[in-house]
Design a protein around this ligand. Structure first.
Ligand code: SF4
Length: 143
């Protein structure tokens, strides 16, 4: 079983009301068992919503509102789903404050990316679940 960011499958759950539809991810999943997850939706956040970034291990909106608990709640639900479905693998959206695997925005809302993982990815890796981003997958598949 593979966990997949719902926005990569075309679901309009992204902060701006859109999605990150990804043909490479869809092709990879063809014939495989997978489950779509959106930790931010699971955590109670609506779409569209204000963008959020991680700073000092917590998650903030641009206006300074601390939304860490919603992000953690969403991560807990994804982790629970991983355990229930026996998922050992995840393909998640790079640079998201929930789903980013290798990169996150630096918390200054200036478009600057730094090395790091989103809140859900941190939780999954801690449980030994293998996580790659759609960009990792594209590299693997030479897309
Ligand atoms: Fe996509 Fe993850 Fe953001 Fe949901 S939380 S919109 S699945 S990147």
């Amino acid at each position: 079983m593979i966990l997949v960011s719902a926005c990569l499958l075309g679901e309009n759950c992204k902060y701006n009301g859109g999605n990150n539809d990804n043909p490479c991810v869809k092709a990879y999943l063809a014939g495989k068992e997978y489950v779509a997850v959106c930790p931010e939706t699971f955590g109670g956040l609506k779409s569209p919503r204000d963008p959020a970034e991680i700073r000092g291990g917590r998650v903030f909106l641009k206006d300074g509102t601390d939304v860490t608990e919603a992000f953690r709640a969403g991560a807990d639900i994804v982790l629970e789903m991983a355990k229930k479905t026996g998922a050992t693998e995840a393909i998640l959206k790079e640079a998201s404050p929930s789903c980013g695997r290798n990169l996150i925005y630096d918390g200054t809302f200036s478009g600057t990316k730094i090395k790091g993982c989103g809140i859900t990815v941190q939780a999954l890796l801690k449980e030994g679940i293998s996580v790659k981003s759609e960009q990792d997958l594209e590299k693997e598949q030479n897309v």
